[in-house]
Design a protein around this ligand. Structure first.
Ligand SMILES: [Zn+2]
Length: 175
């Protein structure tokens, strides 16, 4: 059994961030502890969303709060998304890629169907920022990050910072 209350934020290039996450089979107390911890991390780090792999957990769950508040936080378990145009470009960052920002193309509208902490399915339609968060967090569950969606110029610009993060990761692993 894993004690999810001790989860901490993972940064690139932690391997769990780069692979597809596994479906959650049962919404139980372990999952509720995990969701609570993920909301805590998101609020502490002043994010508006956090996905399981970012808490070091290879499970299909994300939390989101467009206002960045605990009260506004919602939990999405085993989400699926449906996107609708138009495509909008906006500056985006990621808690697992500190120091990296770039213009990312996303669909303006996104419908997410997910399971809540009571095990009930629900559907929510997001437009603008919420839609952007849903697509960003869903990407994490597929092992994709904003570094993969940057323009060619953005990729070149972020190369040095990615290298720094890789070096920090290696240093932590060996010390
Ligand atoms: Zn992210």
């Amino acid at each position: 059994m894993t004690d999810y209350s001790k989860c901490t934020i993972t940064r690139y290039p932690t391997p769990v961030l780069m692979k597809a996450a596994e479906p959650i089979k049962e919404v139980n107390d372990d999952i509720r502890v995990l969701a609570e911890r993920m909301i805590e991390i998101m609020v502490e780090t002043q994010g508006v969303g956090l996905a399981g792999p970012q808490a070091g957990v290879n499970l299909r769950i994300f939390v989101a709060s467009p206002e960045g508040t605990r009260q506004g936080a919602k939990v999405y378990i085993n989400p699926s998304i449906r996107v609708e145009g138009p495509i909008v470009t906006h500056e985006e960052g990621c808690l697992s890629l500190p120091g990296i920002w770039g213009k990312i193309k996303r669909y303006y509208k996104c419908t997410v169907t997910a399971t809540d902490l009571d095990g009930k399915e629900f559907t929510e339609v997001g437009e603008g920022l919420p839609a952007r968060i849903f697509q960003h967090e869903f990407d994490h569950l597929e092992g994709r990050m904003i570094k993969d969606r940057l323009s060619m110029a953005g990729k070149l610009r972020s190369r040095g910072r990615l290298q720094e993060l890789e070096d920090e990761y290696k240093d932590n692993a060996t010390s």
